[in-house]
Design a protein around this ligand. Structure first.
Ligand code: 9YT
Length: 131
């Protein structure tokens, strides 16, 4: 059994910072579960372009307001607490955070912890200037 608390992860190696979000990685590939689990906060006013070429991801919003644009079909979905989505087809998409957007994310195969910083399929882009 693994038990971890947010306060133990914050500020450590499992707290991964990117230009438009930070992601607290509770479970990674070396934990041996076959999936990873992240508590991610997308920063208010940011826009993140994402394409997971090698991973499936399920996401559940527990805080904030934002929107998800599916670039494969142009559909835009509001994101608010209680919204769930799963990327079942490696869809290219934008995630826009109107306020800080807190997302619980599961990845299969699991992330190792480094993907945000290399070219494994996560491409944070620009941060919008807040008004
Ligand atoms: C849904 C979401 O927050 N995606 C971007 C970041 C991702 N959760 C990660 O790299 O941890």
């Amino acid at each position: 059994m693994i038990v971890r608390r947010l306060e133990e992860i914050e500020g450590g190696e499992r707290d991964v910072r990117a230009p438009t979000f930070h992601s607290r990685r509770f479970l990674l590939s070396d934990d041996g579960c076959g999936f990873s689990f992240h508590d991610t906060v997308l920063h208010a006013g940011s826009e993140t372009y994402i394409w997971y070429r090698h991973h499936l991801e399920a996401v559940y919003c527990v805080g904030g307001e934002g929107e998800l644009e599916d670039l494969d079909n142009g559909e835009v979905h509001p994101i608010r607490p209680g919204t769930f989505y799963a990327l079942t087809g490696h869809e290219r998409h934008y995630l826009r955070a109107i306020t800080d957007l807190r997302m619980m994310c599961v990845f299969s195969p699991p992330l190792t912890g480094r993907e945000v910083h290399d070219d494994e399929g996560v491409y944070p882009l620009l941060e919008r200037s807040s008004t």
